[in-house]
Design a protein around this ligand. Structure first.
Ligand SMILES: [Zn+2]
Length: 229
């Protein structure tokens, strides 16, 4: 109730010059259409809260395949990777929940955890919830959070038939290949690891049913056909 009216007030107060400046900047950068839709109907855009705009730029994703669903800023730390920390690991997770519940949990400031991405089982849809430049709290290990990008997969470790779908493996592999390309991460089991393999981790995901051979083969194939089987 109070939050809604506050959000509307914010939108109403937003100076028009900001929007115009944004459009001018977009023009200068050669971007034809930037979704500067925060004005007008205000809260209808789905902004999470007052801090969101400055903490992270909503709608900006690191990989073309992803939809932006912002995590709460309490669940990650703003950083400037790879300038402050180099990124050399990808950590594979399984949510132990539904996609919708995972993204909802990441939006909850009390959750104290979020990964950068969540892959939906049914269709391979990808949500990006934390920018790759930022340190997401997903690995349960500070140093590993700082050096890694986390990919969550919707599902349950004990029900691979239902959740570890071909579509999810393939979508995740394309994502991992893209991350590996951009951060120059080798595609091997030393650099693409399970949450359970992070030093000190008390989590068991992605579990014994996650098919690592298949996954790495798909990542290599997605990166450019350097598959050696
Ligand atoms: Zn995990």
């Amino acid at each position: 109730m109070a939050a809604t009216s506050k959000r509307t007030d914010r939108a109403a107060r937003r100076p028009r010059s900001v929007l115009l400046a944004g459009a001018a900047l977009a023009g200068a950068l050669g971007i034809t259409a930037v979704a500067v839709t925060v004005g007008g109907d205000g809260g209808a855009v789905g902004m999470r809260g007052p801090g969101q705009v400055s903490d992270n730029r909503p709608g900006v994703v690191d990989t073309a395949a992803a939809e932006w669903i912002a995590a709460s800023s309490a669940n990650y730390r703003t950083a400037d990777r790879p300038d402050d920390y180099s990124v050399d690991r990808i950590v594979v997770h399984v949510t132990q929940s539904r996609f919708i519940d995972a993204t909802r949990a990441f939006r909850n400031p009390a959750h104290q955890a979020a990964a950068h991405y969540v892959v939906r089982a049914s269709d391979g849809h990808i949500a990006q919830t934390v920018r790759e430049a930022d340190v997401a709290y997903h690995a349960g290990n500070r140093e590993w959070n700082e050096r890694s990008i986390g990919i969550e997969h919707e599902g349950y470790v004990d029900d691979p038939q239902r959740w570890f779908t071909d579509t999810a493996y393939e979508a995740s592999a394309r994502l991992a290949a893209d991350i590996a390309d951009r951060h120059d991460i080798p595609i091997d089991r030393e650099h693409i690891v399970g949450h359970n393999e992070v030093p000190g981790a008390d989590h068991t995901d992605p579990g014994r049913h996650w098919d690592w051979d298949r996954y790495l083969q798909l990542v290599r194939a997605a990166q450019g056909g350097r598959t050696t089987a």
